[in-house]
Design a protein around this ligand. Structure first.
Ligand SMILES: C[S@@+](CC[C@H](N)C(=O)[O-])C[C@H]1O[C@@H](n2cnc3c(N)ncnc32)[C@H](O)[C@@H]1O
Length: 306
């Protein structure tokens, strides 16, 4: 297949089969969210927990085969939890330049009687070479200022006073605490058991790709990567084994024709959690389109009304 033939499509196939048909050197950004080393059902199929050595062997059976699809300037993000993270670092490190490890806080997590509740996941950020695109300005985080420090003239120091409160725009770090795992009342929520937040993908896509770049996801699930890529004006393609998940992805892509909002990202910045009221105020004051505004009001169930 050529890149044009698979652009903006969802491929319903086993990745091991699809790999035989993918073009070479067409991907600018590769987002990989594979089954973690846990026993879990994904629609009609399931993944069984295995030893770390077996998981490393499974990972190594497909990962090196993806390298040929990457442009020499491509960035690669690989998701894992504490169990699979060391395998990812070691296998990816053999083939790519490991640039960083992002850790993000999952608010949702099951309490355990004999262990610490698992509330974080990792995303390994790698590149093919040292020649890669990274735009930190596109992913700044807007935080409320707790202690608003002023300089000798009484002017805000490194923060801004707005009609809606006092905020600071902070540089993106490798610790993400502003994400919410999709839950029932969020429009992006589906029945997929391990759906990633659109806000998470938006950070990755905005930091590591340009408008029109090609974003690829070999384990597409409910389509989050493709949906966010589409909303942000990138080309995309994803592979998914389960037919129902492919349909969910296609439904979400169709909805993205009319609704390009990403919860938690508006006015060109990411907002920390629990700032919906402030975001709505900013939009009311004319910085965003009405589409975004109605979405936020719907999501807030009226709670954000002042
Ligand atoms: C962790 S989930 C991805 C979730 C996705 N990031 C989202 O936001 O919905 C992994 C997905 O990989 C799919 N999968 C597992 N083995 C596969 C294979 N060999 N080929 C293609 N997809 C596969 C599963 O069906 C599952 O939906």
């Amino acid at each position: 297949m050529s890149a044009d033939e698979i652009a903006n499509k969802t491929i319903h196939q086993d990745l091991f089969q699809a790999l035989n048909f993918l073009p070479v050197r067409f991907v600018d950004l590769l987002f990989i969210d594979p089954p973690y080393n846990l026993t879990r059902n994904f629609g009609a199929t399931s993944f069984k927990q295995m030893s770390a050595e077996e998981y490393a062997a499974w990972f190594s059976s497909w990962f090196p085969r993806l390298l040929s699809i990457l442009k020499p300037t491509a960035s690669i993000y690989i998701c894992g939890d504490w169990r699979s993270s060391s395998v990812i670092q070691s296998v990816a490190g053999k083939h790519l330049v490991v640039q960083n490890r992002i850790t993000w806080e999952r608010e949702k997590g099951r309490g355990a009687k004999h262990n610490w509740k698992n509330c974080s996941e990792d995303i390994w950020f790698c590149t093919v070479s040292e020649d890669f695109y990274f735009n930190p300005d596109a992913v700044r985080l807007k935080r409320r200022v707790i202690a608003p420090y002023r300089d000798a003239d009484g002017a805000p120091k490194d923060w801004e006073q707005t009609e809606n409160g006092e905020f600071r725009l902070t540089c993106p770090s490798n610790l993400w605490t502003d994400l919410t795992v999709p839950f029932w009342s969020m429009p992006e929520n589906t029945d997929h058991p391990t759906q990633k937040p659109e806000k998470l993908l938006a950070k990755v896509v905005l930091a590591s790709s340009r408008n029109g770049d090609f974003v690829f996801d070999p384990f597409l699930g409910s389509g989050t990567t493709s949906v966010v890529a589409k909303k942000l004006g990138r080309r995309y393609c994803g592979v998914e084994l389960d037919m129902n998940y492919c349909c969910l992805a296609e439904k979400r892509l169709a909805m993205a024709e009319d609704d390009t909002t990403i919860q938690g990202y508006s006015d060109g910045v990411f907002w920390e959690r629990n700032t919906l009221a402030y975001q709505n105020e900013t939009m009311r004051n004319g910085n965003a389109d009405s589409n975004q505004m109605s979405l936020c009001l719907r999501e807030g169930n009226g709670k954000c009304e002042k």
